[in-house]
Design a binder for this molecule. Structure first.
Ligand code: GAR
Length: 208
């Protein structure tokens, strides 16, 4: 039984999707804990209602990023994570944290990486006149919003789209692809070849 630890900063809808899929699809894994850097993250309540352990490591209480990450690593480490899932976790992790849990950290980002790393991805895609947008699940490396791509989902950018309409369309896809990616890692069916992640069973890593 693998241990999944999910890190959130806010709403936690991706966390919910993963918790539900883990239970309903009978993964050989359990969500061991949900950890937030914000004490008021709405997602914490969902985890608590489900009987999942929760913890808060409030980044505002630490002098610098290194100190915060050291405590975050200690707290996360207590749950012996096989997989660490960043689900709307809006903190940049230090190389020390990433290397301690190398190839065990996943992130979802609301763009078709490597386009639009960072913030305001939906607005930037609309302003650039993109006709396609989407979401990416990738392994985390020290470089922000980079790292080997596990799965991507593509959606159209429609005339008249706003940040709100486009982000809602993409979020629905995130809820599809993120549980799938975490399940693949739990099952150990991914292989990496020169930075390219391949599903060894041939399942599609693209959702159109
Ligand atoms: C999601 O859209 C996720 O892709 C994004 O934050 C949102 C969190 O929603 N993450 C990033 O932008 C990370 N760079 P959620 O809390 O409802 O899962």
């Amino acid at each position: 039984m693998k241990n999944i630890v999910i890190l959130i900063s806010g709403r936690g809808s991706n966390m919910e999707a993963i918790v539900r899929a883990c239970a309903s699809e009978g993964w050989d894994a359990r969500v061991a804990a949900v950890v937030s850097n914000r004490p008021d993250a709405p997602g914490l309540a969902f985890a608590q209602e489900r009987g999942i352990a929760t913890a808060v490591v409030d980044h505002t209480l630490f002098a610098d990023r290194d100190a915060f990450d050291a405590e975050l690593a200690r707290v996360v480490g207590e749950f012996s994570p096989d997989v660490i899932v960043l689900a709307g976790f809006m903190r940049i992790l230090t190389p020390a944290f990433v290397s301690r849990f190398e190839r065990r950290i996943l992130n979802v980002h609301p763009s078709l990486l490597p386009a639009f790393t960072g913030l305001h991805t939906h607005r930037r895609a609309i302003e650039a006149g993109c006709k396609l947008a989407g979401a990416t699940v990738h392994f985390v490396t020290p470089e922000l919003d980079h790292g080997p791509i596990i799965i991507q989902a593509v959606v159209p950018v429609l005339p008249g789209d706003t940040e709100a309409t486009l982000s809602a369309r993409i979020l629905a896809r995130e809820h599809q692809i993120y549980p799938r990616a975490v399940r693949w890692v739990v099952e150990g069916v991914l292989r990496e070849d020169a930075g390219v992640v391949v599903h060894t069973g041939g399942e599609s890593q693209l959702v159109l």
